[in-house]
Design a protein. Structure first.
Length: 104
């Protein structure tokens, strides 16, 4: 994997998220919580909806289409109708820029 620039830290409100499209077209949801920045696949595993367009409820992202929930830090599925989690990506913040460990 390689560290890829995702966005400026200032692009994310605390308890906010943003869809980032990687060079290969993959969409990732970058999420800023009180204790750090996290990244998971942006596409719900139940239906083709953008998780970044959903809501943060506690420590979960709620899909805007059918309400499936995924844990922010791990991508684990936490509620139906989804039954499969989404991939998580390591993140780091350097000089107020968010990087995601992605690609080769």
């Amino acid at each position: 994997m390689a560290w890829v620039e995702a966005c400026a830290l200032d692009d994310l409100d605390v308890r906010g998220m943003k869809q980032v499209v990687m060079e290969d077209g993959k969409k990732i949801a970058v999420i800023r919580m009180d204790d750090g920045v996290f990244a998971i696949d942006d596409t719900c595993s139940h239906a083709e909806a953008s998780l970044a367009e959903g809501d943060i409820v506690g420590d979960k992202v709620k899909c805007p289409l059918h309400g499936a929930e995924f844990e922010v830090r791990t991508g684990a599925v936490k509620s139906f109708p989804a039954v499969v989690g989404v991939q998580k990506y390591e993140t780091k913040v350097d000089d107020d820029t968010v990087f995601v460990d992605y690609g080769e």
